[in-house]
Write a protein that binds this ligand. Sequence first.
Ligand code: DOR
Ligand code: ZN
Length: 362
Amino acid sequence: MSVTELFDHAKTTKRVDSITIRRPDDFHVHLRDGAMLEAVLPFTSSQFARGVIMPNLVPPVTSVAMAAAYRERILSARPEGSDFQPLMTCYLTDTTAPAEIEKGFRDGVWVAAKLYPAGATTNAHYGVTDIPARAPVFERMEKIGMPVLIHGESTDPAVDIFDREAAFMEQSLLPLLKRHAGLKVVIEHVTTAETADIVRAHAARAAGTITPHHLVINRTSIFQGGLRPHLYCLPVAKREHHRLALRKAATSGLPCFFIGTDTAPHRRTAKEAECCSAGIFGGATALQTYVQVFDEEGALDRFEAFASVNGARFYGLDLNCGTIVLERRESPVLAAVAVEDNEVVVFQGGQTLPWSVGAVTR
Ligand code: DOR
Ligand code: ZN
């Protein structure tokens, strides 16, 4: 055998063709409501045992009663036989009362509160206009050990859209971490190398979720051959070196990084529009995409921690029982999912992906 053949042989004999991991959770998912909920839930519930459900409905989920009712609607929309568990969140506004926050947490209705800077993204206009002024809420959360999940982007229109995460981290997040030294914080959908560093530096009480799409696309992808609305989300994808840093963070094995797909379905007509809605529907291809990234990075042995352990530990939840198999087996991905007389375009839809989801045991 030539040296090259030997090398290839070594590579192929070491190749892992399937992994079986503890059932994973998605710590950031938009399931919407009504017909959209019915259409997209089966994708999330077939891949994940639990999901942290984002509250940016219209109107937003701001009370214990609203969260309990939304949870029931999700449970009733589950496909026959599904054991998917929605973990609810409370949408913080300028008028959220600390007592309401604590009640929902103590009663087991919600696991966290979501902080949207007002106007930062889809249905964020009821969000918080003055973060320091919400100190009483954060103090209460600190006291009861309830995490705040942060959409970390500046809403200052003068800040360049590609710099909004960096501006928020400097101007709002770092001061917040300083003011509330015991507050548990999840920086959602990390998109920059610097934010990943901030997560690492505060890992005792901070964590970061990483989406499948931010591991695969960079900002140039959005303009590849023309403008690609289905790759537009917030925070918007950044430069290539940030994507590489995110791949490093996700596959690092560090307990402060875990899955949050930010699967955010919008109808095709809302994406292919004069003003395109932000959001990528990654729910149908999430695990296939993540496992492909871990494979490409030579880190399959670290996938279970990222997918099924780190997030649960951060939230103080039991680990799931049961397993899911991920196989190196090519399968075509459906292009779109029908919703009423419309459809939602699937991230990487219409392509053949090298990894597939196999059997699930409970
Ligand atoms: O791209 C996004 N879509 N980012 C968000 O923060 C919200 C989400 C949505 O709800 O559509
Ligand atoms: Zn989101």
